[in-house]
Design a protein. Structure first.
Length: 153
């Protein structure tokens, strides 16, 4: 957008009452940081094992080039019920890695199983889970995934 001096009937006035005539000629460029299309899809809330996430972020260091978390772009996300896996790519050395919102091992209870089991423990079911996630403003479209992959039909 370019703001320049105007004369005549089309003269514009700023909100403060200052006429554009009184301002020096300015060129204003509107710049907007644009993220990739995949980043637009990565929004809303997530349930995260914060210790695991911080450990994962700290490990995003590529010694060869001195890259760190700040050089990483998130290129996509794959959701497995309430668990997310982010695919990343380093802007410096092009190394691709994944980050998960929780540990995936035999020691920790999967967030999907924990959510479904917890809901059943308090007498809830499929409908209550969808309502609960909706109230949290948790963008989620895979409630059936939870039941299917947790052994419930």
């Amino acid at each position: 957008m370019v703001i320049s001096k105007r004369t005549g009937p089309n003269e514009q006035t700023l909100e403060t009452g200052t006429s554009i005539e009184e301002l020096p000629e300015l060129e204003i460029k509107h710049t907007e940081e644009r993220s990739s299309d995949s980043m637009k899809e990565i929004s809303c809330r997530r349930i995260v094992d914060i210790t695991h996430l911080f450990e994962s972020l700290k490990s995003l260091r590529h010694e060869e080039f001195g890259c760190s978390f700040f050089d990483i772009d998130i290129i996509s996300e794959k959701r497995f019920g309430l668990r997310s896996v982010f695919n990343t790519k380093c802007k410096v050395c092009n190394i691709k890695e994944t980050l998960s919102t929780e540990r995936v091992d035999g020691e920790h209870v999967d967030i999907n199983k924990a959510a479904v089991s917890g809901l059943f423990a308090v007498g809830g079911g499929y409908y209550q889970l969808t309502q609960f996630l909706d109230r949290l403003k948790y963008s989620f479209y895979g409630t059936k995934y939870l039941y299917k992959n947790c052994g419930y039909n």
